[in-house]
Design a protein around this ligand. Structure first.
Ligand code: NAD
Length: 487
């Protein structure tokens, strides 16, 4: 078995305890991972705080921070194949996707490298003639970053990139389900030339996460994961009044009107729900389809779902690999059972194959006669699509907005004015029109309601890692007049 180390204060080290990481394709252990203790978490935060205050980092120019981030981007690009291989091995995410995604992760570091010396303060046209007032943008401090197993390199880049560009330091807790890519990323980060302690990686489960998010020296918690964990995190971070950004789950509507290009919409739906074996927060997991085209759409979708190549995640030909964990598979099976009981009908898939690994086939549930089926409101985080029909545009909007989530949405129509009305009416952080599952470092990403708050990507994300300081400078040489009147 391979063995990985944690990264604290610029040094690689073993933890006192370890845990086995399972290969989702076989369900058997393949590597030993360090399990961070509360003492390890404390050392990591202390190292991050020391780095935050150090002249090497605090005194470094923003331009130089940008250069280091650019070097990191180049290293990520150079090492993308190795990182992809490890993410595939440890999480079961198919190599076809990890290879492309991790090569693109380098672009996120490049974007924030370029942004580092463009985070500007401001001069204010203050209403007092003898004052100069300006705003400084300063880094918030030590950031705790917590990521789930799916797309860890991507989900951490959208935190590490803007946080370091802003001048913060970071302690990242990798997911206990497949931490290998983040521990290897630490090795790559180490070569970029940042001062020790600027970035630290620990791993472990809820205990390590709770120790990190409740640490008094953490100023901001950037979290991606499920809503239930987010509640724990908000409660823990409230103790120190640390700020939070929360990227949570979704039950995103994929709305198709009868004037849409059907072939294009079906392909986008396949990508929206079956890519990454459905383990995607933005999965278009509710097909909201106009009644007249339902049968034609489902016929094509079923054909494509049944033709999907299911196989080993490290095979370039594979389109759907295993789920990351057995727990995830059990959850999907339970939810399908409850939905069938509530009146949903199985169009395709639904049962797991014999043999090793946590495989799950592309599945479609027709819920058009079962509006209360739990599959319409609960996230699967697997390749399972729930279908519901509508007749009017108003009905489509009502269904789209009928869950507590609000992360992503898709609208397929050729009618421009209708598209604009839908864009306005949908309560979600992302609306994709005639496309789905497109991302870029330039565009903000995030949700409403149970999908969380805060945005990752874009300029705003870097500003969110800063706090504003108002500076008042009096320009008059005369003595301060009446001390009992506010100036
Ligand atoms: P999870 O919430 O169970 O775990 C996420 C991370 O939180 C893990 O690293 C875990 O160890 C840690 N954690 C668990 N308990 C903790 C605690 N008490 N304190 C601090 N940290 C704790 O999520 P998961 O099941 O690993 O991932 C799936 C979820 O993530 C889904 O809901 C999915 O939609 C969501 N997700 C959201 C986005 C997004 O950008 N919006 C992206 C990917 C995944």
């Amino acid at each position: 078995m391979l063995s990985f180390q944690q990264y604290i204060g610029g040094a690689f080290e073993d933890a006192d305890a370890t845990f086995d990481s399972l290969d989702p394709a076989t369900g058997t252990p393949w590597a030993l991972m360090p399990a961070a203790s509360a003492a390890d978490v404390d050392r990591a935060v202390t190292a991050a705080e020391a780095a935050f205050l150090s002249p090497e980092w605090a005194g470094m120019s923003a331009t130089q921070r940008g250069k280091l981030l650019m070097r990191l981007a180049d290293l990520v690009a150079e090492n993308a194949p190795k990182l992809a291989e490890l993410e595939t091995r440890d999480t079961g995410k198919i190599i076809r996707e990890t290879s492309a995604q991790i090569a693109y992760v380098a672009e996120y570091y490049r974007y924030y490298a370029g942004l580092a010396d463009k985070i500007e303060g401001a001069h204010l046209p203050i209403d007092k003639p003898d004052m100069e007032v300006w705003l400084r943008r300063e880094p918030v401090g030590v950031v705790a970053a917590i990521v789930p197993w799916n797309s860890q390199l991507f989900l951490s880049a959208v935190k590490i990139g803007p946080a370091l560009a802003a001048g913060c330091t970071v302690v990242l807790k990798a997911s206990e389900e497949g931490p290998a890519p983040m521990l290897e990323f630490a090795r790559i980060f180490d070569q970029a030339g940042f001062p020790p302690g600027v970035f630290n990686v620990i791993t472990g489960g809820p205990e390590a996460g709770a120790a990190l998010t409740s640490h008094p020296k953490v100023a901001h918690v950037a979290f991606t994961g499920g809503p239930e964990t987010a509640r724990h995190i908000v409660r823990n971070s409230a103790e120190n009044l640390a700020s939070t950004s929360l990227e949570l789950g979704g039950k995103s509507p994929f709305i198709v009107f009868d004037d849409a290009d059907l072939e294009s919409a079906v392909n986008a739906q396949v990508s929206g729900i079956f890519a990454a074996t459905g383990q995607s927060c933005v999965a278009g997991s509710r097909l909201v389809i106009q009644k007249g085209i339902k049968d034609a759409f489902l016929k094509r979708l079923k054909e494509k779902a049944e033709a999907v190549v299911i196989g080993a995640p490290d095979d370039m030909a594979t389109e759907v690999g295993p789920l990351c964990t057995l727990k995830q598979r059990d959850h999907a099976l339970r939810l399908i059972g409850a939905s069938l009981q509530a009146g949903a009908k199985l169009v395709t898939g639904g049962s797991v194959p014999e043999g090793e690994g946590f495989y799950f086939p592309p599945t479609v549930l027709d819920c058009s006669g079962a509006p209360e089926a739990p599959c319409l409101s609960t996230e699967f985080f697997g390749p399972v699509l729930s279908v519901v029909t509508f007749e009017t545009e108003a009905e489509a909007l009502e269904i789209a907005n009928s869950t507590a989530f609000g992360l992503a949405s898709g609208v397929f129509t050729r009618n421009l004015t209708r598209a604009h009305r839908m864009i306005r009416g949908i309560r979600a952080g992302i609306v994709w029109v005639n496309t789905y599952r497109a991302v870029s470092p330039i565009a903000p990403f995030g949700g409403h309601g149970l999908s969380g708050h805060g945005r990752e990507g874009g300029l705003q994300a870097a500003l969110d890692y800063t706090k504003v300081k108002s500076v008042w400078l009096r320009t008059s040489d005369e003595a301060i007049p009446d001390p009992f009147v506010m100036r």
